[in-house]
Write a protein that binds this ligand. Structure first.
Ligand code: ADP
Ligand code: MG
Length: 208
């Protein structure tokens, strides 16, 4: 139970090798407490302060589940800002760099829409973006999410503070109901409780 070795999780061997090569020698507490349930396929709410390693926790969940030969959008990660989405996309790419042909796409406002649309035409396995931008691509018919099996809300408290709750709810309507949903946050507020009860199934709540 208290094992903090990445090798104790039953992750794909290449993921473990790569994470060790990145200098992540032990799991942080939030990783050690959430990853067993994430890898089992449960919905998980993870509360942990900034810098506790939440990104790698859900990135490993996404990447371990990914079927790279199936070139469809399998995971969607929502972040409150473009800066955070870019950070998450780069962490996912770093942790997934041993997976041949993996495609991670970041979709955020402020970046030109046309090239994003073009990138979507070429396809991706994992999309990371801000709610407004993701919703715009859905509404314009650029983004189909019917093969998403993993949905992540990162920095959920900030996303709700910024008024993204209606956009998140609209996006969820386009996702398969048969999916895994993860929610990460620095503080688990009442608003987060309300949204999680609407979009998650019997989530395991973990406070690190
Ligand atoms: P959070 O999202 O919880 O605020 P991050 O996921 O951004 O935190 O992680 C903070 C930093 O810790 C990042 O620079 C990341 O590379 C590093 N990190 C994550 N997990 C580990 C680990 N197991 N060992 C060492 N460093 C880690
Ligand atoms: Mg974070």
């Amino acid at each position: 139970m208290n094992n903090t070795d990445f090798s104790s999780l039953g992750l794909h061997v290449d993921l473990v090798k790569n994470i060790l090569s990145l200098g992540y020698s032990k799991m942080t507490p939030i990783q050690a407490q959430t990853l067993p349930d994430i890898l089992k396929g449960s919905d998980v709410i993870g509360e942990g302060k900034t810098g506790s390693g939440k990104t790698a926790a859900f990135s490993l969940g996404i990447l371990n589940k990914l079927d790279v030969k199936n070139f469809r959008i399998q995971s969607l990660v929502l972040c409150p800002t473009r800066e955070l989405a870019d950070q998450v996309a780069s962490e996912v790419r770093k942790i997934g760099r041993t997976i041949h042909n993996i495609k991670v796409l970041s979709l955020c406002g402020g970046a030109p829409f046309g090239p994003q649309k073009g990138s979507l035409k070429h396809g991706a396995h994992i999309i990371v973006g801000t709610p407004g931008c993701i919703l715009e691509h859905i509404n314009k018919g650029n983004l189909a999410l019917s093969y998403v099996s993993m949905f992540v809300l990162d920095e959920a408290d900030r996303m709700l503070d910024m008024g993204f709750q209606p956009a998140v709810s609209s996006i969820v309507k386009h996702l398969p109901t048969n999916r895994q949903t993860l929610l990460f946050t620095a503080t688990f507020s009442d608003d987060a409780t309300v949204i999680s009860s609407k979009i998650m199934k019997d989530p395991k709540i973990i406070r690190a």
